[in-house]
Design a protein around this ligand. Sequence first.
Ligand code: GLV
Length: 340
Amino acid sequence: MPPSTTETGQGLRLSVVHPDPQARAEWRRALQSLLPAAQVREWAAAAQGSDPSASAHATGVSPGPGGTPGAHYGVGWRPPAAFFADNPDLAAFLAAGAGIDHLLALPGLPPALPIVRLEDAGMADQMFRYCLHEALRRLHHEDDYRAQQRAGGWQELPARAPADLRVGIVGLGALGGAVATRLAALGFPVSGFARGLRQLPGVRCRHGAAQWPAFLAEADLLVLMAPLTPETRDLIDAAALAALPREAWLVNVARGELIDDDALLAALDAGQLAGATLDVFRIEPLPAGHAFRQHPRIRLTPHVAAQTLIAPGARQVTDKILRLQQGLPISGIVQRARGY
Ligand code: GLV
């Protein structure tokens, strides 16, 4: 059966924005191949230069049989305010990532424009492997054995099983929930903390301020996977760090602003915390002289715990646009009042 005109994207216009020209072009190509009859163009601020092969500002697009005639969608990552000023007719903006805090903070974001987050789209698997890697390092005394090797030592440490490492996951959304259930299935005792009541197989779910200290007290490995909102900014402060079991390890794969950096350094220096694995920072790239850079008990990665995969991302975005065009509900619409 030939694809319907709605499936081919006839009558649709898509403007793709991305700070990385190569990623922008890849997104355009992926979307265009999924929606061959749509007008897909790259948008770039004048200084960035747009791809001359991309279609120019789309005009006179004929409407498809379903949806809004000539509906125009924005797709991409870190759009500047000028993107929205140049494209005042967007029906929605579909972000090429999971965390949209930067968007909500953007002056010039049209107040009523629907924003849609990417949900999983290949990120949950990556997050799971990143967190499992950290859990296994702890379980197998990786840091202690490396320190021993450097010092020429030869000392057996007690064997540990997953049941010996309690994992606490803050944020139980598409990514945090997947990591929590998959670690629990491997035998790690997993607790999760979310904004509201959650139920996940094998995971002890907690919520509410009253349960926060008890949640922290049972997290040998504390993993931050919550969105950045006014509620989560500086969530991991001196009091939270003091509530962790001694020798706990902190993993941040969410946003740098969830942690009070000075409190983290103080907790490391005081021996309260064994160490931290940080993938995200208040300023990225992390400035050259930052205290985290050379800290012996901080492991850094450059915001790669879950990278956006363009092929599944474009499929999800296309799917959602086609559903919106048909007047069908979609998930992942950002609720601005709650911040994600
Ligand atoms: C990356 O940080 C994302 O939010 O997808």
